[in-house]
Design a protein around this ligand. Structure first.
Ligand code: GLN
Length: 448
């Protein structure tokens, strides 16, 4: 743990992945572990890791990278944080993100811009850009991220690491600062598939505090990952829409090469189709923004968080606190969401988007009936330049055209390194049946 902090202090000034380090608390926890000793049934004990700063941590600041929560210290731990404590892992700090996880480059943080671990002129992706860069730069062996429309998988891809968005409901969302509650998922970001599998087993499972968390048994995901793990006989679908125009050539080549690798390993790879994929981004921005506008109502300047000064009356407290406390992208989502939900527009927008969501789910179901999993790219391009897309929301939103449909359908998606383009990592995405993260880990491990 000491070495981890030395490493972070030497490396983070050029990456800016961390918003907060809890050095005293982590060193005390590690020292207590040294005293008590570690038992064989706790393979993760003593291992340091980082947490995205939208996961609440008792007595340690949690900001969601928003001025709204700049001075906020929660009074409880998120369920995943308690589970890490049960596994005796050692959280060392909180990582940067796009404000309230809204964005794809970590440039929407109210506090700092994180840099890509491979090239500091490039974005780390987002919104879990701090977690991804911290792992890729070797500052921590693992981190937790959150994924509402791609925020674990896309930064994993941009930084050449492994990121899992588990099935919706696999991991409790209690203590995750809510963005789009019907999409939000917490998942592990690591340097290897096996590390990732171990971490998911540690954080998954039913939780009475989150009624959408599933009571399905949680497998020991890493146990099956042995030298003999094979994809022999598996059927893989490769949607033609995933290699269509707009996808960078190097990205396409990396995926086609990965398909060849799977064929050599004894799997079949068929061309399949997700005909409604193109409607995913539009449906997502309506539904996720609607949910966000509702979730963010709690930041009223009264209960907790930022409160504006020089106010004349109660309405002034609300208006000024929210105007000053939220950044531009968060305000954009609130406006989109309240508009879509408002009387007179609900049927045309929210209801229509909800129907599109079902159609997209059915496209996936049709393929997964006779395919073990689906493969494709994570993002249309490798990491882009800092500053290149931040003033153009629509271009930024299109980065998630390949990840968003997976959240709409609630399926598990694994992002893992598949190649390079001009020295920058290119990721591959494996999409599975509900609660079948196991197959994705096996296929990832066989490829890695
Ligand atoms: N980039 C997407 C958005 O801004 C996804 C974010 C996320 O997964 N948290 O909504």
């Amino acid at each position: 743990t000491q070495a981890t902090f030395e490493n972070i202090k030497a490396t983070d000034p050029k990456i800016d992945a961390f918003l907060h380090l809890n050095e005293d608390q982590a060193l005390a926890q590690a020292a207590a572990l040294d005293q008590a000793g570690i038992s064989d049934d706790q393979p993760l004990a003593g291992i340091p890791l980082a947490l995205k700063d939208n996961l609440v941590t008792k007595d340690e600041p949690t900001t969601a990278a928003s001025k709204m929560l700049e001075n906020f210290t929660p009074v409880y731990d998120a369920t995943v944080v308690s589970k890490l404590a049960d596994a005796k892992m050692v959280p060392v700090g909180k990582t940067n993100l796009d404000e309230f996880a809204m964005g794809g480059s970590t440039e929407n943080s109210a506090f700092k811009t994180t840099k890509n671990a491979w090239d500091q002129t490039k974005v780390p992706g987002g919104s879990s850009g701090g977690s991804a860069a911290a792992v890729a730069a070797g500052m921590v062996p693992a981190a937790l991220g959150t994924d509402t429309g791609g925020s674990i998988r896309q930064p994993a891809s941009f930084n050449g690491i492994v990121g899992m968005k588990p099935t919706y409901g696999r991991v409790s969302r209690w203590g995750l600062i809510a963005f789009g509650s019907s999409f939000d998922a917490i998942g592990p970001m690591t340097r290897s598939v096996k590390d990732n599998a171990m971490l998911l087993s540690a954080i998954a499972g039913h939780d009475d505090h989150d009624l959408t968390s599933s009571d399905k048994a949680v497998p020991n995901f890493a146990a099956d990952l042995t030298a003999a793990t094979s994809v022999k006989g598996m059927h893989i679908g490769l949607p033609k829409e995933f290699l269509a125009d707009g996808i960078n050539d190097d990205v396409k080549q990396a995926i086609l090469a990965a398909a060849d690798t799977y064929r050599k390993l004894g799997a079949t790879v068929d061309e399949v189709s997700l005909p409604h994929n193109k409607y995913g981004v539009a449906a997502y921005y309506i539904i996720a923004s609607s949910e966000a506008s509702s979730n963010l109502q709690r930041f009223d300047g009264i209960r907790y968080g930022y409160r504006a000064k020089d106010v004349k009356n109660l309405e002034d407290v609300y208006v000024k606190s929210r105007s000053e406390g939220f950044g531009a992208e968060v305000k954009r989502r609130i406006m989109l969401g309240t508009f879509s939900l408002s009387a007179g527009f609900y049927d045309a927008y929210f209801l229509k988007a909800a129907k599109v969501r079902t159609v997209i789910l059915n496209d996936f179901k049709a393929i997964l009936k006779d395919h073990d999993f689906i493969m494709g790219p994570v993002a249309p391009t490798p990491a882009f330049n800092i500053g290149a897309e931040i003033s153009d929301p629509l271009t930024m939103y299109m980065n998630d055209i390949l990840t968003i449909p997976v959240n709409l359908a609630g399926l598990p998606g694994l992002s893992l390194p598949a190649g390079f383009s001009n020295g920058l990592p290119v990721g591959m995405q494996l999409i599975g049946r509900p609660f079948d993260e196991s197959t994705l880990y096996k296929a990832g491990y066989a490829f890695e």
